[in-house]
Ligand binder design. Structure first.
Ligand code: NAP
Length: 427
């Protein structure tokens, strides 16, 4: 280990915390400094009542809502070295716990299993303003802003790990006439509770996970009706009464939405469930990931190492679209910590070899069409990473659970959470 090695981790959500956790597991740990703009760890799992900006005037990071339950079984979210049963001392019953339970569980691993005080590595309420790389010194200049004191300082690092997440910068496309819509227009990032839409007819634009969840929340909170407008493929869900699917929005006139099939409807509010942008605005341009979203970013070797920066010093954790979420992220973090510390001797690849590897996975990712295909893809990526690190091979065993979960969702979207799965990690 080089004496001067200094690693900057940006973000203390699940991705950043997995990175700190895996550094802490190694026989020797470099100097690691983590910056987190929120006052606490947990990233998007923290709920805030605020929308728009936080108490410091910074964009609110988390799009968490009040009554969120996980949309994937918790048995797919637990760790080989820390399970829900171990954390709570018993089987907690449901497979789809609330956000509070998930955060408590994850914080339990970070506190009880890390072997050192990870909080001491984190500068809370500190936002990273800029990251610039200098070839000559082979180091990064990171400008950070302490939001409590207002202090701005410049730090030097040999390595940077970007773990800020990809679900915090809303993608908010415009639609003709929406600027004159006579009602509320909001992005799902700012959705807090279905009760806000009581007695309303609500249009959701987008038909993915946020739309599903929000449609159900609104109807169970006294909403009159919800229209889910899809763009590419109709979800064809077996919705409960009051929720219908429609094709794309063509335009708005007053409170009326016109769809591309020529039909129309009067609605009171619009929620853009149109996902997020993969943006890291604090990075100098040449260090940014080009692709908007992908199940495998072409520029990232092993889903982590930023290939265009030849010296192998910049890493992204959790920059992929997810199904396996925290377990895939954990495997990528384990690989990254070991790689940075030189513990993966077979990984001294040329840029061309790294790019060939990434092109292969990226090519496979582009072919994915269904949830079972995505599940199989991510399970094989986990196996590939675990083959290098000897960590996390078990996570691939979640694949059949995800396939089962997908069948449940197709059978009845309002009832898939009734299924209780068995843990393959705690018996
Ligand atoms: P997402 O999965 O990226 O989906 C974005 C949706 O917006 C897609 O349906 C997409 O349609 C649509 N869209 C994008 N641009 C559009 C446009 N110009 N016009 C019309 N539609 C457009 O985003 P998300 O649903 O917000 O989910 C983000 C993440 O949060 C996921 O990982 C999800 O699992 C997670 N989440 C979890 C929970 C939970 O745990 N309970 C709840 C909500 C979300 P196309 O696919 O046709 O492009």
């Amino acid at each position: 280990m080089s004496q001067s090695m200094r690693v900057c981790v940006i973000g203390a959500g699940p991705a950043g915390m997995s990175t700190l956790y895996h550094f802490a597991q190694l026989p020797k740990m470099p100097e690691v400094v983590c910056y987190e703009k929120q006052d606490t760890w947990g990233g998007l799992w923290n709920f805030t009542w605020r929308t728009g900006v936080d108490q410091y005037g910074e964009p609110c990071h988390s799009g968490m809502y009040k009554r969120l339950l996980t949309n994937a079984p918790k048995e797919c979210l637990e760790f080989t070295d820390y399970t829900f049963k171990e954390h709570f001392g018993k089987d907690i019953g449901t497979s789809f716990p609330s956000r509070e339970v998930v955060l408590d569980f994850m914080a339990g691993r970070w506190t009880n299993k890390a072997g050192r005080d990870l909080k001491r590595l984190i500068n809370f309420s500190t936002v990273v303003r800029s990251v610039v790389y200098t070839e000559k010194t082979e180091s990064f200049t990171v400008i950070v802003n302490d939001l409590k004191t207002g202090t701005i300082s410049s730090e030097q690092f040999t390595h940077v790990v970007i773990a800020g997440g990809i679900f915090n910068q809303p993608n908010a496309p415009a639609f003709p006439g929406i600027e004159n819509f006579d009602g509320r227009v909001v992005h799902s990032h700012d959705f807090k509770d279905g009760h806000e839409f009581k007695n309303q007819n609500v249009l959701l634009i987008g038909s993915s996970f946020s739309a599903e969840d929000i449609a159900l929340h609104i109807m169970s909170s006294g909403g009159k009706s919800v229209i889910v407008s899809w763009q590419t493929n109709a979800p064809n869900h077996n919705w409960p009464n009051g929720i219908t699917e429609k094709c794309s929005v063509r335009n708005f006139t007053g409170q009326t939405v016109q769809f591309t099939d020529g039909s129309s409807a009067a609605v009171d509010s619009i929620i853009l469930c149109t996902g997020y942008k993969t943006l890291f605005p604090f990075l100098e341009g040449r260090l940014r990931i080009e692709e908007k979203t992908s199940f495998y970013q072409r520029q990232l070797y092993k889903g982590s190492l930023f290939i265009p920066l030849a010296q192998s010093k910049l890493f992204f954790i959790g920059a992929q679209e997810q199904l396996f979420t925290v377990t895939l992220i954990d495997c990528i973090a384990a690989w990254t910590a070991r790689f940075i510390m030189g513990l993966l001797p077979n990984e001294s690849k040329t840029t061309k070899e790294m790019q060939n590897y990434s092109d292969h996975w990226h090519g496979r990712a582009k072919q994915l069409k269904s949830i079972p295909e995505i599940v199989a893809f991510q399970a094989s990526l986990i196996e590939n990473l675990a083959g290098d690190t000897k960590y996390g091979m078990e996570y691939a065993q979640a694949a059949p659970l995800f396939v089962e979960w997908d069948k449940d969702r197709k059978a009845a979207i309002a009832h898939f959470r009734d299924h209780k799965f068995a843990s393959f990690l705690s018996k």
